[in-house]
Ligand binder design. Sequence first.
Ligand code: NI
Ligand code: MN
Length: 229
Amino acid sequence: MSTEITWLGHSCFAIRSGKYDLLVDPFLDDSPTAPVKAADVAADFILLTHAHFDHMIDAVPIANRTGATIVANFEICEWLKGQGVPEEKVIAMNVGGGADLAFGRAKMTPAKHSSSLPDGSYGGVAAGFILELGQKRIYLAGDTALTLDMKLFGLEGLDLAVLPIGDVFTMGVDDSIEAIKMLNPQRVVPCHYGTWPPIAQDATAWAERVRSHTAAEPIVLNPGESFEF
Ligand code: NI
Ligand code: MN
């Protein structure tokens, strides 16, 4: 089973796995770099790493339109239900836990970051995901600092890691190289950069450093670009 991943700018990814469309961290209508609008994306499942607006602001309208199920931490799921998302359309998790879902397995990994909702509500703790899609294991870091936990996330073998490299709000380029050494993924895709001037990065220079300092294959996408593996 092949897996197709499309970068929709910032930390938003569309993942097509088998017959399922997964949408990670939807931030489209107000994103300066998103190639599509929230009204135009498909989703069977929407995965949210944390509660910050630039990771979930379009989740409710997309879920309402598509009927997608939202996978997020307990606090975000409670907030979503308060926004009118039906109880049967949310799947609550917390860090360290995993669940077998229709598309595969999703495990919530700890991230070093904050997580307040757009209205100031407590959004639980920030997280990432390890997805098992068929035989493939994908780590989506979410917003995070470099953390020794990444050594653990890499233990079972990762086909792909998706890491923030923008600096300022998350780890930057230098720390991403150390993260890749610990995670030891076959491939690595950068995100959470280039959306606004404070998080601008030279992704080509980043890819050179990944090639010379790690065993991973860097895959730099432009917003709207996909790759299959
Ligand atoms: Ni954040
Ligand atoms: Mn963010």
